[in-house]
Design a binder for this molecule. Structure first.
Ligand SMILES: CC(C)[C@H](C(=O)O)[C@@H](O)C(=O)O
Ligand code: SF4
Length: 404
């Protein structure tokens, strides 16, 4: 039986294939570079603008005149090409695409490394460089080396304080930051069916932190129910017995809350080992940990209490923000003392809205904790939304169960 990558790309691992691209997206950062490369190609040809997206998320609203000018020009380019444009406040590109703009079996490319997020729907979704993107705009296709696959086999179900984010950290911890370079991670096994789309998005999102080209789940009843809420019909991708060229197994029922210690995503340890370490900021958001379910979990812990450190919340999309407003989760967060900002990447990349100072520590629900990422000389601990909530209340690292 073929792996899901082989099935979608139509050739065995190790082959080179040319493939039409079903959807392609850029953001305000890589869009600028892709546009310059596209102008350089000089054909003036921009294929299928209905399936090409420009999503403003990285530095929105603009933080400086330079950024504002670049965004002004890019808006005009989007109007000229007729591509699908999502302006300031729409949300992180991967989350916007996850809201009914990605289907099982599709080939999706984004000029951002976390495009692998959309593998949650059984698509072959991967990041490409801005110059590759320019070629894809012009021709509608690109080439791939069909990856070998590492199976990540789940058994059991999550319980207690552990969440999909903890599992994602466990996967990166087990494989290491270059343990799956140019491979696909296929999440499978009996336990996979128990994971929600939000969980799957978080797991696929962090696949790239192992060096993988993508992470993916076969579409099933869970995928079908989610996409039906957007009025979309879902082709199913039955699994069957699969043999992967490498495999790891994870028992979801034994998962405990984890942290990734600065400055590497694969240096993981149980939250319990670092309890009491003081933090200066908590950040709830990003394409990893800023979905509605994440805000809801966080709110369930801080409701009726007050955070002890500055806490920045950035919903991953406008839809997430609207849902949080409708259910009262947003007022729970604001009442607890959180600062809520415009949907998008927020301070994830250290550009604005929560940059940390030298020697400051941030506990974040994001996917990367590299040196200086959120501010020069700052340190980032990665954790789940529930660990973030417990930590925000304590002002120091705290397990979700310890502080409830
Ligand atoms: C700025 C962008 C190209 C980058 C990426 O591709 O991942 C960013 O989103 C990140 O998370 O570091
Ligand atoms: S939220 Fe962070 S990780 Fe995700 S696309 Fe934005 S900057 Fe990259």
């Amino acid at each position: 039986m073929n792996t899901l990558s082989e099935e979608i790309l139509g050739a065995p691992a190790g082959s080179y294939v040319d493939r039409p691209v079903d959807r392609a997206y850029v953001h305000d950062g890589t869009g600028v570079l892709a546009r310059a490369a596209w102008e350089e190609i000089g054909t003036g040809r921009f294929t299928d603008p209905d399936r090409k997206y420009l999503i403003f998320d990285h530095i929105v609203p603009a933080n400086t005149s330079v950024t504002a000018d670049l965004q002004h020009e890019l808006r005009a380019f989007a109007r000229r090409t007729g591509m699908q444009f999502h302006d300031v406040g729409s949300g992180v590109c991967h989350q916007v695409m996850a809201e009914g703009r990605a289907l099982p079996g599709e080939v999706i490319v984004g000029a951002d490394s976390h495009t692998c997020t959309l593998g949650a729907f059984g698509a072959f979704a991967t990041g490409v460089g801005a110059t590759d993107m320019a070629g894809i705009w012009a021709t509608g296709e690109t080439w791939f080396l069909v990856p070998e696959t590492t199976g990540v086999l789940f058994e059991g179900e999550l319980s207690g304080g552990a969440e999909a984010k903890d599992v994602a950290l466990a996967v990166v911890g087990a494989l290491g930051m270059d343990g799956a370079t140019y491979r696909a991670l296929e999440f499978a096994g009996e336990g996979a069916a128990s994971l929600s789309i939000a969980d799957r998005l978080t797991l696929c999102n962090m696949a790239v932190e192992t060096g993988a080209k993508t992470g993916m789940f076969r579409s099933d009843a869970v995928t079908r129910a989610y996409l039906a809420s957007f009025g979309l019909d879902t082709p199913l991708q039955p699994g069957g017995t699969q043999r992967y060229s490498a495999e790891i197994s994870i028992d979801l029922s034994a998962q405990e809350p984890l942290l990734a210690l600065p400055p590497r995503v694969d240096t993981v340890c149980p939250v319990a080992e670092k309890e009491g370490l003081s933090v200066d900021q908590v950040f709830l958001g990003t394409c990893t940990g800023g979905r509605y379910q994440d805000l809801e979990r966080f709110a369930a812990i801080v409701r009726g209490k007050t955070v002890a450190v500055r806490t920045v919340v950035v919903p991953a999309s406008r839809a997430v923000l609207l849902r949080a407003a409708a259910t009262g989760v947003l007022s729970d967060l604001v009442e607890a003392g959180c600062a809520v900002a415009t949907p998008g990447c927020g301070p994830c990349l250290g550009a604005h809205m929560g940059v940390i100072g030298e020697g400051e520590v941030c506990l974040s629900t994001a996917n990367r904790n590299f040196r200086n990422r959120m501010g020069v000389g700052g340190e980032i601990y990665l954790a789940s939304p529930s660990t973030a909530a417990a930590t925000a209340l304590a002002g120091a690292i705290c397990s979700p169960e310890g502080c409830q």
